[in-house]
Design a protein around this ligand. Structure first.
Ligand code: NAG
Ligand code: NAG
Ligand code: NAG
Ligand code: NAG
Length: 348
């Protein structure tokens, strides 16, 4: 032990600031919020201590004799590039010191989110960027940006390429692709300071939510053409509902009736009540495009056949019952007759 200390002292001779200086500082690193008070202790590991002190840009503790622990108390840390060193004077006249590094932090004043081009609102299928603007944060290298889309964490950006000890403004972008389903959904960012060692209960600063508006052409709920059958005198409803932004308009046409190739002027709704067979074209359009689907409405021709089959069925059943009746009647009659016979023969 003494040997190690002697080597330490020998090394200290040539280098006043040395890692072999026989002092221990608690905590070993100062992680402190700008403006907060801070205190640390420096303890001597040597029994040859003559005096100790702290040197710091703000505050400090003057050289004090005959002690083995000396505190550093700073009322308010108001310097971004702060360092402090604990120095020790040995009885033999040697002096050495150890540095206490500082990491002064500040959570952002505000965090806001906005949408970058190419244009707003965005069109479906295009790429765009969300931007998270962080105001007055330090140290910027320690920020972690979390992106949320409708309460789901979609991205975490760590190790933002930035340097600087004093507070800066920083923008972080998230590239995205616009889809139909994103219309009307919300995106926001949340900024965390990831310090080492961890600072408990450090608040995350969250931006307001940004509503994404996506322009997209009509998109049918039920894609593909449809075929519907109606009974004579009956009717059916044809559902052509489509989504789209802006809200799409509807136009119905009955196509294959020679005199009725005209548009059905009255129907501008997504649902059409059809009572005439034919091919109906439903055209849906908005500023982003046009989509069309066809409904083929046919009369159920089988109806007559079904009736005939039913009548035929009844006739057949009737005939069967008739034949069966004869078949069963005969034995029954015979049985009744036979039954009567023994009865009448009994008195004999
Ligand atoms: C410094 O030492 C004093 C006395 O032992 C103790 O009360 C105080 O909590 C210590 N401070 C730190 C920052 O360790
Ligand atoms: C950061 O942004 C705020 C608000 O926009 C502005 O007042 C301030 O001057 C900016 N600071 C720097 C260092 O650019
Ligand atoms: C798209 O979002 C806007 C804004 O929330 C909303 O008014 C509109 O109805 C949405 N369109 C569709 C088709 O969801
Ligand atoms: C619907 O019918 C039209 C006209 O017959 C045809 O051009 C189109 O490809 C069909 N669409 C689908 C999805 O089958």
């Amino acid at each position: 032990m003494l040997f190690v200390l002697l080597i330490g002292l020998l090394l200290c001779t040539g280098h006043p600031v040395s890692s072999f200086c026989p002092v221990e500082i608690r905590p070993t690193i100062a992680v402190v919020r700008y403006g907060d008070p801070f205190s640390a202790n420096c303890s001597s590991l040597s029994n040859q201590t003559e005096g100790m002190g702290w040197e710091a840009a703000t505050g400090g503790t003057p050289l004090t004799h005959g002690i083995s622990v000396i505190p550093l108390n700073i009322d308010s840390v108001s310097v971004w590039t702060l360092t402090a060193q604990c120095f020790i004077n040995q009885i033999d006249g040697e002096q050495c010191s150890k540095i206490l590094p500082f990491k002064v932090y500040k959570t952002p004043d505000s965090v806001s989110v906005s949408q970058n081009g190419p244009q707003v609102p965005i069109k479906s299928g295009q790429g765009y960027e969300m931007r998270c603007d962080i105001v007055n944060v330090a140290p910027v290298a320690n920020i972690v940006v979390h992106w949320y889309h409708e309460n789901n964490l979609i991205s975490t950006v760590k190790n933002v390429e930035s340097q600087g000890i004093a507070p800066v403004n920083k923008s972080v972008v998230l590239p995205l692709n616009a889809s139909n389903l994103d219309n009307g959904t919300q995106i926001w960012c949340e900024v965390e300071l990831d310090l080492e060692p961890k600072v408990p209960d450090l608040p995350r600063i969250r931006s307001m939510a940004h509503e994404v508006i996506v322009l997209y052409p009509p998109d049918f709920r039920e894609p593909g053409n449809e075929t519907v059958e109606i009974r004579a005198g009956g009717m059916t409803s044809l559902n052509c509902t489509a989504t789209g932004n802006p809200r799409p308009g509807y136009r119905w046409q009955l196509l294959n009736h020679i005199q009725e190739t005209n548009m059905i002027q009255t129907e501008r709704q997504p649902i059409l009540i059809a009572s005439v067979s034919g091919t109906y074209a439903c055209t849906v359009s908005n500023t982003q495009g046009t989509a069309r689907k066809y409904f083929t409405v046919t009369q159920a021709k089988r109806e007559r056949t079904t009736f005939a089959a039913l009548v035929g069925g009844f006739v057949t059943l009737g005939a069967l019952l008739f034949v069966g009746g004869l078949f069963f009647m005969t034995p029954e009659g015979t049985f009744a007759f036979g039954k009567g016979q023994p009865t009448s023969s009994k008195p004999v």
